[in-house]
Design a protein around this ligand. Structure first.
Ligand SMILES: Cc1cc2nc3c(=O)[nH]c(=O)nc-3n(C[C@H](O)[C@H](O)[C@H](O)COP(=O)(O)OP(=O)(O)OC[C@H]3O[C@@H](n4cnc5c(N)ncnc54)[C@H](O)[C@@H]3O)c2cc1C
Length: 379
């Protein structure tokens, strides 16, 4: 990497220090490339700190036949459990089925068995049917009448911001340089180089990777970057309640066939409830939590809590909102895939790679695919 006052030449510039930008930086720096990450705010301050904090295959995506995505995420989950045992922990999840549940128990059971199968031989813990009297001991706060079945399965829980910061530290340990509070003013390219001019100087590299998450369309528009895809901006909120509403994680269904999680965090003496889905038309930085979203989650939760455990707005500690960058090719937000696409463009010897979509869980696979793509096209 060459530095001439505020003119820095490097091998790769990555825009965005979310989980994907940091994961790609780790992968590329580890393979010997000089990598600079430019982040307009702080590491992990975007969607990567606004998630449900689950490292999961995504049981729900089986309904959309996304077997490849679920399998990839489950393999990444295994690796993350091994790599960051203090940060990514396997937990039992309970899935109570009530008479009013929109999906029958047999369907959920088949889904869970498929989930076990996709987890593969490393599966530490297979899903199972839970005796209802045992469930009333496990979750005494939840209604027990009208239960038709209860299932238990396993997935992992993390702290999304801490995970992203840890991956950023890994990248830095391999030599990547991350510049926070760095705002791009212009992005141009010649036949050899991309130039990103920022408030902290100019950066030059033959490879530019756009990992700006849900900001991607706005970045492409502002800097006139060519792209083959667009995203739909689907926001989701989480409400944090004081104290533990249940001891274990719960996967709940709504009458409209949506789902929400009850996610107790004993380490913070709080419970996270989420999430919602709303299509956003405003710029990402203008997206805000709406009172309707909070009411929706409060009402859904109270449907399942026994009267003496019902919650009100006074029990809310805080809430947060994030925007999923989902690739825009289906109608209903719930049906939009959580998959990701790498969109490569070449101008002479200058290369641009956009990262469209992706989950927290799949950043490892995504980063490796970026490396393979660059090996094929550039290196
Ligand atoms: C409600 C919700 C729940 C979710 N739950 C889960 C879950 O439980 N498990 C899971 O696996 N996934 C989950 N996801 C998905 C996951 O959080 C995201 O897909 C992932 O965090 C995206 O990471 P990213 O690095 O692509 O984007 P981001 O984390 O948003 O990072 C992009 C970064 O780019 C920066 N940036 C933007 N513009 C510029 C610019 N011009 N210059 C420099 N920097 C710029 C931003 O500041 C930001 O830090 C959830 C998402 C949402 C919204």
């Amino acid at each position: 990497m060459g530095a001439d006052s505020n003119h820095i030449a490097t091998d790769v510039i990555i825009l965005g220090a979310g989980i994907n930008g940091c994961g790609i930086a780790t992968e590329l720096a580890q393979s010997g490339l000089n990598v600079v990450v430019l982040e307009k705010h702080t590491i992990g301050s975007g969607t990567s700190s606004k998630s449900s904090r689950l490292i999961h295959g995504g049981l729900r995506y089986l309904e959309q036949f996304e077997f490849g995505l679920v399998r990839e995420a489950l393999l990444d989950r295994q690796e993350l459990l091994r790599r960051y045992p203090q940060l990514v922990k396997l937990k039992p999840f309970y899935l109570p089925i009530y008479k009013s549940s929109p999906r029958p128990a047999w369907m959920i059971w088949c889904g869970l068995k498929l989930y076990d199968l996709l987890t593969g031989r490393q599966s530490q813990s297979k899903s199972r049917i839970v005796n209802r009297s045992l469930f009333s001991d496990i979750a005494p706060q939840l209604k027990q009448d009208d239960l038709t079945a209860v299932f238990q399965y396993y997935d992992a829980k993390t702290d999304d911001l801490l995970l992203t910061q840890t991956v950023a530290e890994d990248a830095q340990s391999y030599g990547a340089v991350i510049h926070q509070f760095t705002i791009a003013n212009s992005i141009t390219h010649s036949d050899d180089l991309y130039t990103v001019s920022t408030n902290r100087g100019s950066f030059f590299a033959p490879i530019l990777i756009n990992a700006s998450g849900p900001w991607i369309d706005e970045v492409n528009r502002e800097f006139d970057l060519q792209a083959r895809y667009r995203i739909r901006k689907i926001s989701g909120i989480h409400v944090i309640f004081k104290g533990l509403l249940t001891q274990d994680l719960m996967f709940m269904q709504t009458a409209e066939k949506r789902i929400f999680f009850i996610i107790p965090e004993p380490e913070n003496n709080q419970t996270i409830i989420g999430t919602t889905e709303r299509e956003e038309t405003v710029d990402i930085d203008a997206v805000r939590v709406s009172p309707d979203d909070v009411d929706y989650l409060l009402n859904q939760l109270n449907i399942y809590l026994k009267n003496e455990h019902r919650v009100t707005a006074d029990d809310i500690k805080s809430f947060y909102i994030g925007v999923r960058p989902l690739i825009a090719y289906k109608e209903k937000p719930t049906d939009l895939s959580r998959e990701y696409i790498l969109d490569h463009h070449q101008f002479g010897n200058a290369h641009l790679v956009h990262v469209f979509g992706g989950k927290l869980t799949t950043y490892l696979s995504l980063a490796r695919k970026v490396k393979r793509l660059l090996e094929k096209k550039v290196l």
